[in-house]
Design a protein around this ligand. Structure first.
Ligand code: ATP
Ligand code: LTN
Length: 332
């Protein structure tokens, strides 16, 4: 019987700090779920990480720890390709080319640029501005059908599609137009301290976010302190951003619907609910935390895995890059 080619998936994650429950529910959980059905490529986006200042020794450590975390999560290098973005120069090369096919105006409209430039006023660098072009290059080099990301990356996915469509329109069918793959629940996990803001590892208040590698006690403590409201009923509602967020998190880790969760906690206080969410999250993350220790302790194994991944990625990326260069009119 003829084998049907699997659809392709690509995504990347920045090694810019401790990965959070937001990264896990919004993106990484799908990375894992997709690996059986799809042909998946996952990268550590170290080039993106330097759009904000990083300490060299810390960055190096975080690149290793992000790669180890992907393995701990259950991403299997025999099934999915794991590599490091900066090890495949085609990403930077295509990024330059595509930046000449991207308008200043469209980059100026990016919400993340506006937010990050407001936050790092002393370092509004050109890389921060052209970040979506590098991201478009990461994606388009591998011709994926689907890109699993959290809701905050939707706008970047749209600009990648626009750039690809424009390029194809001028030069013929070069790029596949990818679709974003955003989870139905947990696409935007909010801060536990200010549930109107996205949960972010760069939040200075450590109680605002849960790291995937936090201990059980820390996780439970952070959920116990989560900001809620005074209504004391576990249900989705307006002006209940804190509870809505906790319901979303509980739903994402247990698979229960919001209605089932409301029924489960009918007549019980927020204290019980927060504890249940904390315990469910700690239990979901426990095996990842345990496996992480093994992977991070063996640098040689980690290096072997990403070197193999780098090579496979470079082969595919260089083919796309050559095609683009030919189309643009460079002499090869
Ligand atoms: P920062 O918070 O420092 O800006 P980040 O966590 O948004 O960084 P990445 O580490 O590159 O940036 O994100 C990796 C993936 O995690 C992306 O797909 C992103 O959409 C997703 N993600 C990040 N934060 C959340 C969140 N709070 N809720 C859902 N998904 C998220
Ligand atoms: N900008 C993304 C990380 C990222 C990415 C990508 C995601 C870089 N390149 C390519 C998907 C596909 C973020 O989540 N902050």
């Amino acid at each position: 019987m003829e084998e049907i080619a699997k659809k392709k998936v690509l995504s990347c994650i920045q090694p810019s700090g401790m990965l959070t429950l937001g990264n896990y529910i919004g993106a990484l959980k799908n990375w894992l779920n997709m690996q059986e059905e799809f042909d998946c490529t996952y990268a550590v986006a170290d080039l993106h990480a330097i759009t904000v200042r990083q300490e060299p020794a810390k960055l190096r450590q975080q690149i290793y720890s992000t790669a180890a975390l992907l393995l701990a999560l259950g991403i299997d290098p025999e099934k999915s390709n794991i590599f490091i973005q900066s090890h495949v120069p085609a990403h930077s090369q295509l990024s330059w080319i595509l930046s000449c096919y991207t308008q200043f105006g469209e980059l100026s409209r990016m919400t993340q640029f506006k937010e990050k430039s407001a936050k790092h006023t002393d370092n509004v660098n050109a890389g921060l501005f052209s970040y979506p072009v590098l991201m478009a290059s990461d994606i388009l080099l591998y011709k994926p059908d689907l890109v699993p990301v959290g809701a905050d990356q939707k706008q970047h996915l749209e600009i990648a599609r626009d750039i690809a469509t424009r390029f194809n329109h001028t030069y013929g069918d070069v790029f596949t137009i990818p679709d974003a793959y955003i989870p139905k629940v947990g696409a935007r996990v909010m801060s536990l301290q200010d549930p109107t803001k996205k949960m972010s590892k760069s939040d200075e208040n450590i109680n605002a976010w849960v790291a995937i590698l936090d201990s059980k006690d820390d996780i439970i403590r952070k959920f116990k302190r989560a900001v809620t409201d005074s209504e004391a009923r576990v249900c989705i509602g307006e002006n209940k951003a804190g509870i809505n967020n906790l319901i979303g998190i509980y739903s994402a880790v247990t698979g229960k619907t919001a209605e089932q969760i409301t029924a489960e906690f009918e007549g019980r206080g927020y204290g019980d609910f927060k504890l249940a969410v904390g315990e469910a999250v700690a239990e979901e993350l426990r095996p990842i935390r345990e496996r992480y220790e093994t992977f991070i302790a063996d640098k040689k194994q980690l290096e072997d895995i990403y070197r193999m991944g780098d090579e496979k990625a470079a082969y595919i990326a260089n083919k796309t890059l050559s095609k683009v260069m030919k189309k643009v009119g460079f002499v090869l």
